[in-house]
Design a protein around this ligand. Structure first.
Ligand code: C5P
Ligand code: C5P
Ligand code: ZN
Length: 455
């Protein structure tokens, strides 16, 4: 058995030995799917459990859990950056996480300890799936693990899931619950008429098509696709030759629009279909599913997302669909705000300060999207957003920068600490919370550290 699986078995035993379990997880798609996986496994094992979701783990939250004193606490998609605090307070904990860790202990299930990269080989839902597998059969939760990985953009590096993620996909395929296929990466293949899918494409932004319905309809007509009366097919309704013709035209279009080659290559990639789900619904496609989940948890509605992950396809699902529409509007408004405001360039990074114009829980997504559509792709994008606790910072890079030495998690951690904040994450994407008056000192320091990394 691989050492990683041995560790999973050890963690599983710690949980199984207890009756009351507290689960704490992160408010994004990976955090929700992680929580759903462990909660379902606990239910099946006949355990009592409670569950909560947080934006990020801090001393106050860990202190609260220590006071609560459950017989065991499972931290999912978070915790690895706060191991020392968790252990020093004597919390009986299992930590199932994929963020760059600050240390290690026996009940710590984190890929980095085993030389597996937590940014693209396995996510929090993946580590938690391994944990669930060690607690019982639970193979049918593989699709949720894939949704979490795709939600964390782990498929972006190679245009497909690799590493342990790939093994999880393999298991899902073998059990007949996941199908994977190379296809167009645009959002809405399951649910939107094709012209709407183009019209609403924000990642990539398609100059001339995004936001322009007539142009999208013309583009499709020129690609040989027509409506039947008023009714336009969805992407999933098209046959292969039609799809191929549209993709070829789209690639030609992007080349002539001067879109960066990297982005064009990423128009096509591996797409994961959840075969247990009804065709034509958001939850049939792993990427759409993860956006649906982000639309809940990032807006204080994690219970809704958790219910969807645990099979609700009625009331909570309807709620989630409703939230999704607003989330999509917020992302578009966020991008527009950044493009109106512009970004400030320093030597080694670019940044914008959204103030209270973008919610702190989605400013990272907007930073990632605006890096390629508005900013300069040779510099990491840093974003500030006001919160009640201080200033939220989000940073996004790309794999070219990571190859040149960028480690945003380390840079954020160090700069945040030096101004009395906390930060962490992954080399390619990281975040921090800092005091409100520390912005300029923080960004100067971050610029310097990233400069050293990129040398
Ligand atoms: O907290 P967590 O690990 O779940 O979040 C990972 C974050 O990293 C996600 O917000 C994801 O969008 C971001 N990411 C990215 N680009 C990548 C890989 C991850 O922006 N290539
Ligand atoms: O919030 P945002 O999406 O920008 O976070 C990017 C990554 O940084 C996520 O993986 C998140 O969990 C991590 N992060 C962290 N500590 C913070 C803020 C964010 O580890 N204080
Ligand atoms: Zn994650």
């Amino acid at each position: 058995m691989h050492r990683f699986e041995k560790r999973a078995a050890h963690c599983a035993k710690t949980i199984i030995d207890q009756q009351d379990v507290h689960v704490i997880s992160h408010i994004d798609a990976d955090g929700l799917t992680s929580a759903a996986i462990i909660c379902t496994a606990l239910e099946r094992a006949g355990k009592d459990y409670s569950v909560e979701f947080v934006k990020q783990l801090d001393n106050a939250i860990i202190n609260r859990i220590a006071d609560l004193n459950p017989s065991v606490t499972v931290f999912t998609d978070l915790g690895s950056g706060m191991l020392d605090t968790i252990n020093s307070l004597g919390i009986n904990a299992v930590i199932s996480d994929h963020h760059i860790p600050s240390g290690d202990c026996a009940n710590h299930l984190n890929p980095h300890i085993f030389n597996i990269n937590g940014a693209y080989e396995i996510s929090g839902s993946g580590t938690t799936f391994l944990l669930a597998r060690a607690m019982g059969d639970n193979y049918d939760l593989a699709d949720l693990a894939v949704v979490g990985a795709v939600g964390d953009l782990q498929h972006v590096k190679q245009g497909q899931l690799i590493g342990v993620n790939r093994q999880i996909v393999g298991l899902g395929k073998q059990k007949g619950i996941i199908h994977c296929q190379r296809d167009l990466m645009l959002f809405g293949k399951q649910t939107r008429p094709v012209y709407k899918m183009l019209q609403y494409s924000s990642d990539p932004y398609l100059p001339g098509l995004t936001g322009n319905e007539d142009a999208c309809i013309n583009f499709l007509k020129n690609s040989g696709m027509h409506s039947q009366g008023e009714k336009w097919a969805r992407w999933i309704d098209l046959d292969q030759p039609n799809k191929q013709r549209i993709v070829s035209n789209l690639i030609r279009f992007c080349i002539s629009a001067g879109i960066h080659t990297d982005k064009i290559q990423r128009l096509v990639g591996e797409v994961y279909t959840l075969l247990k789900e009804r065709e034509g619904t958001e939850v049939r496609d792993a990427s759409e599913y993860s956006t649906l989940l982000n639309a809940t948890a990032r807006y204080d509605q994690a219970r809704t997302g958790l219910a969807v992950c645990q099979g609700d396809r009625e009331t909570e699902y309807e709620n989630a669909i409703h939230l999704l529409a607003q989330h999509r509007r917020n992302l578009v408004e966020g991008i527009n705000l950044v493009s109106e405001m512009g970004v400030t360039k320093l030597d080694n990074l670019q940044y914008f300060d959204a103030g209270s114009g973008i919610r702190d829980t989605i400013v990272g997504i907007v930073a990632g999207m605006s890096m390629t559509s508005i900013g300069n792709r040779n510099l990491p994008m840093i974003a500030f957003a006001d919160t009640q606790e201080g200033v939220k910072v989000s940073g996004r890079g790309n794999y070219d920068l990571v190859r040149r030495g960028l480690n945003l998690a380390a840079a954020m951690d160090e700069s945040a600490k030096s101004v009395g904040g906390i930060g962490g994450g992954h080399d390619i994407a990281a975040g921090a919370t800092i005091p409100g008056n520390a912005r300029s000192e923080f960004i100067r320091m971050l610029d310097g550290i990233i400069g050293t990394q990129l040398q």
